[in-house]
Structure formats: C-alpha cells, structure tokens
Design a protein around this ligand. Structure first.
Ligand code: FES
Length: 351
C-alpha cells in the first residue's frame, strides 16, 4: 500500500497526532453470548420437544396428503372462506403437502437456532487444493460438527427427522395415481363415433348452436362445428370438444386436388379436425386464396385443398377429415368417426 494512503502523523496545524497503529486491524469477534438452551437443560429439552413436534406434524401432514387422495373425489367442490369455491382435493393436497414441507424446514431452523453449537469459527483463506493435513482437519471438524449438532445424541430429533424425511417422498408416489387409468382406446375415437349411416349425427354450428345446411357455407368461408348433443354446459364438454371440434370450409370442387378428400366432402364442403396434429392447438387461421390453414402455436400449415397435407412446420400428420353428407332434411351430417386418431401422435398410435 502506498504511504500516501496511510493516515498522516501530523494534523493540518503541524501538531503530532496519536499513532493509529494498523488502520485495518482485525477487530476480532464479539464475545460469545450463551443462549438460554446452552445454560438451561430444561430449556434445551423443551426446544428438543418442539423440534420433534414439528417433525411429527410433518409426518401427520404427509399421511393426510395420502388420505386426501382416498377421501376426496376429484369433482368435489367446497366453499372455504375467504378463498371461495375450490376443489376439495386440490385444497387438501396443497395444504397438507405445504404443512409437511414447512414443518421440516421450521424444525430444522429451530434446531439449528436453539440446540446446535453457535460458536463463531473464524476460518483463514487458504489455497483451493487442500493437503492431507487439511483434509484430516476437515474430517475432524465434520465429526465435531456432527457431535455438536446432537444428531447422534438427541435421538428423538434424529428419529423424527428421519421419519418425516422418509415419509414426504410418499406424496410423490401417491401422485403417480393421476397418471392412470390408462386411456385404452379413447384416443382412437371421438364423439363422432356414435354416428352411423342409419343414425347420422348433425353438425352443429359452434357460434349459433344451430344445425348447418350446405347453403349456410359459402365458398371461401371458415366455420366451426361440434356434434349434435354435445352441450356447452355439460360436464364433459371441454374434454369432448378437444377431440370433436370441426373446421368446415367450402372450396370450388374443381380446386380440390385430392380426390379422396373431395369424396369425403359434400359439394366442396370439407370437414377437417380443428385440432393440430403437432401438439393439439386449435387451428383457427384460414387463408381462403391459398386454402391454407395455419396453426397459431408453431406455424404448422396445412393445405386443405390437398387432403390437409402438411406444407410447413412441425406437424407430423395431415389433419384427419370427417366424411359428411346431408340427411333427408338437408342438414349436414356425419355417418361415422374420423378414420384416424385426431390430434398429436402418441406412443401407441397404430395409424
Ligand atoms: S400445435 Fe400446431 S404447430 Fe404446434
């Protein structure tokens, strides 16, 4: 350090000032103050019981978490002040898991603050690579720390901590239940599967909720449809519409390049699944000049005049097409299901 930066030994009037010694001297540690639990064995015992109680509460909460899965049906709604109406299952799972984790954390903090050694230990900086002597010293310090923490000596804390830590992962095991039941063949079919030639299902306009006629759909337009009987206020609506939603377009028949696709339509009206075959976003952008439909999520583009072939983007399949015709009253109807699964690919998909 330059002498210029050190304090001067004379003040501005030339009077000698007292020597300051080392201006950066280590002030040392303040005197150690023992805690109540260091000097009062009853207070230490009380703290030990409090820590154990927190770990026991954690165990009980984990058991409550598991019990919630068994007790509460998935659709049970309850009123809880001041939150309002909530799913009893979700509320109970969140509460019990939160309490279980909180109690482990609070118990550990309380243990450290009241019972573990709180002696300040200054440590000098040293080279990063430790020699054998330092390593032996670290191991010795670790053993001393373990002994001072009381982990071996305070058996009640140790056992309840091990119990609570061992139980908490069971919450994750129980959550695996939500992976089931297996979907079986549900992914292969949609709500249109009930349609037959003898008992067709009408296409219902999703905006007007009315059955659709060919004359309602002009060339260049885009409309959306759902199967007759699927009501928006039904419990299953969101699940079903995610598979059943249709995108209806009308193209001049001579502009339809794919013959099979033209045959599945009615007078140029084509009904494609609205669910993108990439990861299942609803498609809603249609360019009438090019007959391209664009998925807003990752820009997969399908040529609806050519069997909904993928012409751009990450989608792996064309959009499935639903065969449509008209019933005796002139309404558009489906007479069967899509001939392949709608939406994204999945592991067991056979087509
Ligand atoms: S979901 Fe349609 S492109 Fe990704």
């Amino acid at each position: 350090m330059s002498k210029d930066t050190l304090p001067e030994s004379h003040d501005s009037h030339g009077t000698e000032v007292a020597a300051h010694g080392d201006p950066f001297a280590d002030p040392g540690l303040p005197a150690h103050e023992p805690r109540r639990t260091d000097i009062d064995e009853r207070a230490a015992k009380r703290a030990e019981r409090q820590v154990s109680l927190l770990f026991i509460l954690s165990m009980l909460s984990t058991v409550g978490f598991i019990a919630s899965f068994v007790i509460f049906p998935i659709d049970k709604i309850v009123y809880i002040f001041p939150i309002g109406h909530v799913s009893a299952l979700n509320f109970s799972l969140g509460l019990t898991l939160g309490v279980a984790l909180f109690c482990i954390g609070a118990g550990a903090v309380h243990w450290a603050r009241t019972l573990m050694s709180d002696h300040e230990l200054p440590a000098e900086r040293h080279a990063i690579e430790a020699d054998d002597e330092v390593r032996a010293d670290v191991i010795e310090q670790f053993k001393t720390g373990a002994a001072e923490s009381g982990f071996g000596r305070r058996k009640m804390i140790r056992n309840t901590l091990i119990g609570s830590m061992a139980l908490v992962p069971l919450s994750g095991v129980v959550l695996l239940r939500d992976l089931g039941p297996l979907p079986e063949d549900k992914l292969e079919h949609t709500g249109w599967k009930e349609a037959t030639k003898a008992k067709p299902i009408q296409l219902i306009n999703m905006n007007t909720n009315e059955p659709m006629k060919p004359e309602d759909i002009v060339v260049g337009s885009l409309s959306f449809a759902k199967p007759e009987g699927l009501e928006e206020d039904s419990h299953e609506f969101q699940v079903q519409i995610a598979k059943d939603a249709l995108m209806l377009i009308r193209i001049a028949p001579e502009d339809i390049k794919d013959k099979e696709s033209r045959d599945k339509g009615f007078e140029g009206i084509l009904a494609y699944s609205k669910i993108c075959t990439h990861v299942g976003c609803p498609i809603s952008l249609y360019e009438q000049q090019t007959h391209h439909a664009l998925c807003p999520c990752h820009q997969s583009t399908f040529d609806l005049a050519d069997g909904a072939r993928v012409i751009f983007g990450p989608a792996g399949h064309p959009l499935p097409q639903l065969k449509i015709t008209v019933d005796e009253k002139g309404y558009l109807v489906a007479t069967g299901d899509f001939d392949e699964p709608v939406g994204p690919s999945y592991w067991e998909r056979s087509r």
